[in-house]
Design a protein around this ligand. Structure first.
Ligand code: ATP
Ligand code: MG
Length: 419
């Protein structure tokens, strides 16, 4: 009788004027990529929604949950689509109510986007309301504060009927806000920071500094898993990995102990800035939050920022650890981040890192080694792996041929199994 499909609702923010179709088209493109292999047959725009249809005409809550993870999606409803026929949409409304779970009161909200349909919305409300009152005598009608709203929407010769919805992650479609390079460790914070800028529409190109060859490569596997976990959101373009261990050893031998961490960070952001130039990215992103660890002070942040000329975004600067952990759970990176692996940050750590670095002392220490050559060498050592989840990501041509690939796509880490 009727098809089951997903209706995607998106925020109206940023949708004014010419932006609107760019936004909608990007969201359709991103949904197409995110839903590959799920039996989806068509994704199309209709009257303020995006409709996702499946080959079997029977969309599931699992499909709705998957759609909800895509940035730009405000809500997803599992809807029935039937002909613009009174009996058909009333039957669909009864089904919707039956499937709605626990509720006491309801209201019918009829909408009409096709004026060709002669029945007015007030009349549609009445027709459907009467049928529902008869079918569910124990439920109360409440037009002001209903527990459940049954929407009956007449659009282009069809009628869409739905009630419940899954909340989406919101934000803007990836690809509408440019590109960023995100400094990604396997900790809790930077995956969340990456996801947050991705949710605001940025294409993310993570860069990870491992301790190789002075440590094992476990942190590289973990960051690959993190990118894999973030991939359903469609924000990850390519992961770059830089084996930093040997150069860290050189820094540790050269600069005063208390300034080592700042120096590692300055080198990391300098390499990331060069990568940003190659990739055409306009900002860097880190997972720092003010005062979270002794090194994340305003003085240290300033000393790191001074090493680069492009903006360093810190989306978590005002977040508490608890909030960050909750978000990490929600986006599926928390479990990976609980696994510990030595990376460049655990290597050659000083006993007492400087917490309030003076820029003059930092610059003096930096003059003790050839920073530019070091950055060049690290860029030469860089490896990458592509994540085929972001349709707006276009790899830079100049780097393609020169660098080896990391592990093949689809590789899953299980540290226990590997060891
Ligand atoms: P995270 O949980 O993201 O590791 P953290 O609280 O452990 O953060 P730090 O280790 O001080 O904080 O790192 C601060 C930020 O520096 C990280 O959020 C990340 O953006 C960046 N960073 C740290 N280590 C690395 C690394 N090995 N590779 C790339 N970026 C890193
Ligand atoms: Mg860390």
């Amino acid at each position: 009788m009727s098809d089951r499909l997903c209706l995607v609702h998106y925020h109206e923010i940023g949708l004014k004027g010419k932006n609107r179709s760019t936004f909608e088209n990007q969201l359709v493109t991103n949904l197409n990529r995110a839903l590959r292999g799920t039996g989806v047959s068509r994704i199309a725009r209709i009257s303020g929604y995006i409709v996702v249809e499946t080959e079997d005409r029977n969309a599931t809550p699992e499909l709705a949950a998957r759609i909800a993870q895509v940035p730009g999606v405000a809500r997803v409803s599992l809807a029935y689509r039937c002909n613009l026929d009174e009996r058909e949409y009333c039957r669909a409304a009864v089904n919707v109510m039956r499937e709605a779970g626990d509720f006491c009161s309801f209201k019918v909200h009829a909408r009409r986007s096709s004026t060709a349909y002669p029945i007015h919305t007030l009349e549609m409300n009445q027709i459907v309301g009467e049928v529902l009152c008869e079918a569910f005598p124990e439920k109360k009608v409440d037009v002001h504060h209903p527990d459940l709203q049954v929407v009956v929407h007449a659009v282009q010769g069809s009628c869409y009927v739905y009630a419940a919805f899954t909340r989406g992650v919101g934000g803007l479609p990836v690809g509408t806000a440019g590109k960023v390079v995100t400094l990604l460790s396997s900790g809790f914070d930077s995956p969340v920071a990456t996801w947050m800028v991705g949710r605001r529409g940025a294409i993310c190109v993570p860069i990870h500094f491992s301790g190789r060859p002075m440590t094992a490569d476990d942190s590289e596997y973990l960051t690959q898993d993190i990118c894999e976990a973030l991939a359903p959101s469609g924000c990850i373009g390519r992961l770059y990995v830089v084996p930093f261990g040997e150069h860290q050893r050189q820094i540790a031998l050269t600069v005063p102990q208390d300034l080592r961490v700042i120096m590692y960070r300055r080198i990391m952001v300098a390499v990331a800035e060069r990568l940003a130039a190659i990739e055409g990215a306009k900002a860097l992103v880190t997972g720092e939050s003010l005062g979270q660890v002794a090194s994340q002070t305003l003085e240290n942040i300033a000393a790191v920022d001074q090493a680069v000329g492009i903006p360093v975004l810190r989306p978590l600067i005002g977040s508490d650890k608890m909030e960050i952990m909750e978000r990490a759970e929600q986006i599926g990176t928390a479990e990976i981040s609980t696994q510990t692996a030595p990376d460049c940050c655990t290597l050659f750590m000083p006993k007492r890192p400087e917490t309030h670095a003076r820029l003059s002392a930092v610059l003096e220490a930096e003059a003790l080694f050839d920073k530019e050559s070091m950055v060049d060498e690290l860029l030469e050592l860089m490896e990458y792996r592509d994540f085929d989840s972001c349709p707006s990501y276009h790899p830079p041509k100049c780097i393609r041929a020169r660098h080896t690939e990391l592990l093949p796509a689809g590789y899953r880490t299980d540290l226990d199994q590997r060891s």
